[in-house]
Design a protein around this ligand. Structure first.
Ligand SMILES: *Cc1c(COP(=O)(O)O)cnc(C)c1O
Length: 404
């Protein structure tokens, strides 16, 4: 293929113009939306409106704001196949992971093991380590290929990322859930790299519990809240560990004893971040308006073009494409390994060519986001990556930044 083929793919795709609805234009091609999405104009407007509303109505606002975590959760649920009343947008992904895994462990008291993924996202491994220690369980971290075999009658919880943050590999969630359920274990899926990038169908998968964030492919802004999903069939049997007043049945009765609210509301803890919730609401609206299924297809097309071009142009220069070629087995980013990936990444950023990021030990990650990345961007990005590789990295320092 050549550049005119990429131009044609853009021309023929009605979603191609959506990038105009986003701010945050950069000199280089922005392929870091899997770390922090670009700002939709709708989010800027929603935050301004929410601030004006706060000025106007002050504390009276809580009458309405009170329901936002669950209302925005229902809206987000439509993107991930969750029927109403099963998602709350609240806290951070990390805190939500703690809440759901802790509740799952309490619901499986006689089982010794937590099964997780070796090399999974750090916060997931740390939360599991802490919970294993606190609940007197054993944490068993295994390679992806060994996950299903690791689940047995001693397994309380299986907790894994659906899409791996480095390799971009996507697990077969339906199979894993089926295996776990046959052994009586509960499954927690981390969807931080899935929601907004690929198809997720929680109710249809018969998923148990899930968490995700809203600042990557959902584009709700830095540090915007996380979310959690609890399948309705578990609402009676699971209780979350942080007993706060926002999870209390009749919150403003200020009763002496904790008495959890019905349904997903009981998974809230303290005061929700209203301005950020308005941002999530608007950001999800942008995806809804574009049509979720069409976006997932476009995402697969963009990563597919990146992979094809990387094979042709970068593999001869010593790069290995780590992310699977099968679109059903990958997420929204492409991982490229090279012994000097750190310097390659810094050279691409500092020369204003491509903004991706580095993950140890040797991976450059590039994420085309279906809402605002074009096929031509992907084509040009691979050409820039080849140029910079061919030019060498003289003058680029070894790792010296806090954020990579
Ligand atoms: C980004 C990410 C998180 C982020 O957790 P925070 O609490 O929002 O910092 C968690 N898990 C995975 C797999 C992620 O990719």
């Amino acid at each position: 293929m050549d550049r005119s083929d990429a131009e044609r793919l853009d021309r023929e795709d009605p979603l191609h113009r959506l990038g105009d609805l986003f701010g945050g234009k950069t000199r280089g091609i922005y392929l870091d939306g899997n770390s922090l999405g670009r700002p939709p104009a709708a989010v800027r407007a929603a935050v301004a409106d929410a601030t004006a509303e706060w000025e106007r109505i002050l504390v009276d606002g809580w009458e309405e704001w009170f329901d936002l975590p669950v209302e925005v959760g229902d809206r987000l649920g439509r993107l991930v196949g969750a029927g109403p009343g099963q998602i709350a947008v609240c806290d951070s992904t990390t805190v939500n992971l703690y809440k759901v895994v802790s509740a799952a462990l309490a619901a499986r008291p006689g089982r010794a093991r937590i099964v997780g993924l070796a090399g999974d996202f750090p916060t997931d491994r740390y939360v599991l380590q802490g919970l294993a220690a606190g609940h007197g369980r054993e944490l068993h971290l295994v390679a992806e290929a060994d996950l299903e075999a690791a689940v047995d009658a001693s397994t309380a919880v299986v907790c894994v990322s659906h899409v791996h943050f480095v390799t971009g590999r996507r697990i077969d969630a339906v199979r894993l859930i089926d295996v776990a359920h046959r052994h009586g274990a509960l499954v927690v899926l981390d969807l931080a790299h899935s929601a907004g990038a690929v198809e997720v169908d929680l109710d249809a998968w018969d998923a148990d519990l899930a968490v995700g964030c809203s600042y990557k492919y959902l584009n709700a802004g830095p540090g915007s809240p996380g979310w959690l999903y609890v399948n309705r069939r578990l609402h009676e049997s699971l209780r979350q560990p942080i007993w706060g007043w926002f999870g209390q049945a009749d919150q403003f009765a200020m009763a002496e004893r904790y008495d959890p609210a019905a349904g997903i509301r009981s998974w809230l803890t303290g005061s929700p971040p209203i301005l950020a919730l308005r941002a999530v609401d608007a950001a999800v609206g942008v995806i809804e308006a574009a049509g979720a299924a069409r976006l997932w297809a476009r995402s697969a097309g963009l990563t597919g073009l990146l992979i094809d071009r990387a094979r042709q142009r970068l593999e001869p220069l010593g790069v290995r494409v780590v992310t699977p070629a099968d679109p059903a087995r990958r997420g929204g980013h492409v991982a490229l390994s090279h012994p000097e990936a750190w310097k390659w990444c810094r050279a691409l950023v500092e020369q204003g060519r491509v903004i991706g990021d580095f993950r140890p030990p040797d991976v450059l990650r590039v994420a085309p986001v279906a809402l605002y990345t074009s096929y031509v961007d992907c084509f040009d990005a691979v050409e820039a990556m080849a140029d910079v590789l061919a030019g060498g990295f003289d003058g680029y320092e070894p790792r010296s930044r806090r954020v990579t």
